[in-house]
Design a protein around this ligand. Structure first.
Ligand code: DX5
Ligand code: ZN
Length: 215
């Protein structure tokens, strides 16, 4: 069954407690948390004080997506939160293999994220070491953007790479996931759908999560 990881970026920040209660009640598999530093991406979201508050209340595993320069600086702090998955961007890490090892040593699963312009072939020598590949289907930094169609081709290429190498990595897609794009992504071999505005701006978010899971 498709996994769903709603992105808190689109939540009502004045009422995060209500939003997390909704996530806890829902069939969401994980909660996706977008950390931005205003340097790797042209926006700033939230940092550890917010992550800690969310972690204290959220019953779902945390899928943390770092859009920051040098994410290896925060591995220990992320593990301390109890995060399940730490996603780092390919070009944000000077020593990606070492960073993946350090994430594992800290007791978390490791995800590597590719921006829309980066080819899947960059992962040939790391695909068996990662637990997940996060394909960005928008340019990172903002919610509510238009889905980039080329992501479907990349998802198929990535599925092929994973199969050929016998990797156990999951494929997650992030950005512009909604009712028109989600079924095509699942058909292309995607395992985990991140959805921000589609879930949190929905009048019936729990039903929206259920519908994504049924794909
Ligand atoms: C964008 C973030 C996404 C964002 C997706 O930089 O990584 O997780 O919340 O938002 P939607 O689903 O609204 O495109
Ligand atoms: Zn994200």
């Amino acid at each position: 069954m498709t996994k769903v990881s709603p992105s808190l970026l689109a939540a009502d920040f004045l009422h995060l407690d209500r939003e997390i209660e909704m996530i806890n009640r829902s069939e969401a598999d994980w909660l996706h948390l977008d950390v931005m530093d205003g340097s790797f991406v042209p926006n700033i979201s939230f940092g550890f004080p917010v992550l800690e508050a969310v972690a204290s209340m959220c019953k779902k595993p945390l899928d943390v997506h770092y859009m920051i320069v040098g994410p290896e600086r925060y591995i220990k702090q992320t593990a301390k939160l109890g995060a399940m998955m730490m996603n780092v961007h390919y070009e944000a890490c000077t020593h990606l293999h070492r960073t993946i090892q350090e994430i594992h040593d800290a007791g978390m699963k490791a995800g590597v994220t590719l921006n829309p312009a980066l080819p899947v072939s960059l992962l040939e020598d790391i695909i068996c070491d990662v637990d997940m590949v996060l394909l960005m289907s928008v340019n990172p930094g903002f919610g509510g953007q238009k889905f980039i169609e080329n992501t479907l081709k990349k998802a198929r290429q990535l599925r092929q790479l994973i199969n050929v190498q016998g990797s156990k990595a999951l494929i997650e897609v992030d950005g512009g996931v909604q009712e028109h794009t989600a079924p095509r992504l699942v058909e292309a071999g995607v395992d985990v759908l991140v959805a921000g505005s589609h879930v949190f701006k929905s009048p019936t978010p729990e039903q929206t999560i259920h519908d994504l899971k049924m794909l």
